[in-house]
Write a protein that binds this ligand. Structure first.
Ligand SMILES: Cc1cc2nc3c(=O)[nH]c(=O)nc-3n(C[C@H](O)[C@H](O)[C@H](O)COP(=O)(O)O)c2cc1C
Length: 309
């Protein structure tokens, strides 16, 4: 079975990557999975300097979902290069760094610092971070800001640039196209959906931050719709995610046009989920006599009337 995926700028052993923020820096999952069996690892979001994240409580469970307001806690680029990367050396799986910034200049500074490091395969630009200069608005909420930030990041980057979109918009295609026009090598989506939960005993929000991001199976149908819309309207590869728990979920994303998938919240339920999903995709292909996983990508059967919707 040939599970390899060619993204054009990067060849993956298989289409399954670990999603940012749900797999630590990869090391935390070493006791549970053979990291070399993954298509790739996207490490948790990195700002230039260390960040404590938001105050607790910052996780709340909901029906088939998880609401988090971790607030992009992280160790910063210097500690990442000095303490984490040496421990990941020898791994055959590509490491992709999820890049964050409170300002556009901070995104560029993170990229500039990491560019020189030969141990990273690429960047995933997390344009869903609040931007202090734009009164806390995320770049991904506007096609114009997405364009200017991606252009700056692309000019700064010597490595492939995947741009990760937010689902908290009405027109996801216009944001994806802005990223493509600005030079993105690939698009990944979706990040979490803005959400909240209330404790009816105390009548207080269940998260100290009031709002958080919803992920897990609850968001999968929305993620799938957005991945389909974007994949059919851009020429660059699309990496899909949102609620993938099984190989069958991953296959839905590939069928609507994703070239690869990322597995997030599933890692909290089953630390072995990512590698299990690779195995389940493999089993499905064998059962259906599909020789190459790439043959299944974008094969959604849809008639003209349905496609016009
Ligand atoms: C606890 C937690 C932390 C996350 N941290 C990040 C992050 O640092 N950067 C990022 O781009 N996305 C982050 N995400 C979003 C995930 O990478 C993913 O886009 C989202 O959760 C949807 O996929 P899922 O339903 O499979 O989790 C985080 C999600 C969770 C649940």
């Amino acid at each position: 079975m040939d599970l390899t995926i060619d993204l054009g700028f990067l060849k993956l052993r298989n289409p399954v990557l670990a999603a940012s923020g749900t797999f630590g820096y990869g090391l935390e999952f070493k006791p549970f999975v053979n990291l070399d069996k993954l298509g790739g690892i996207v490490v948790k979001g990195l700002y230039f300097n260390p960040r404590p994240g938001n105050p607790p409580p910052r996780l709340a469970e909901s029906a088939s979902g998880l609401i988090n307001s971790i607030g992009l806690q992280g160790i910063g680029v210097r500690a990442f290069c000095e303490k984490i990367l040496p421990q990941l050396q020898g791994l055959r799986t590509p490491i992709i760094v999820n890049v964050c910034g409170e300002t556009d200049e901070e995104y560029a500074a993170v990229i500039d610092y990491l560019n020189k490091d030969g141990r990273i395969a690429g960047f995933e630009l997390n344009i869903s971070c609040p931007n202090v200069k734009k009164e806390g608005r995320c770049p991904a909420l506007s096609p114009e800001h997405t364009f200017s930030l991606v252009k700056l990041a692309k000019e700064s980057s010597r490595l492939p640039l995947i741009v990760k979109l937010s689902p908290n918009v009405t027109d996801i295609v216009s944001v994806a196209r802005a990223a493509e026009e600005a030079g993105a090598d690939a698009i990944s989506l979706i990040n979490t959906l803005l959400a909240m939960a209330v404790d009816i005993e105390t009548r207080r929000p269940r998260l100290a931050n009031t709002f958080g991001g919803l992920s897990g199976p609850a968001v999968k149908p929305i993620a799938l719709r957005m991945v389909y819309q974007v994949a059919s309207r851009v020429r660059i590869p699309v990496i899909g995610m949102g609620g993938i728990m099984t190989g069958r979920d991953a296959l839905e994303f590939l069928i609507v046009g994703a070239k690869a998938v990322e597995v997030g919240t599933a890692n909290f339920v089953d630390p072995g989920a990512s590698v299990r999903i690779v195995r389940e995709i493999n089993e499905f292909c064998r059962e259906k006599k599909i020789k190459k996983i790439e043959d299944i990508i974008g094969t959604l059967k849809i008639d003209e009337v349905q496609a016009s919707r």
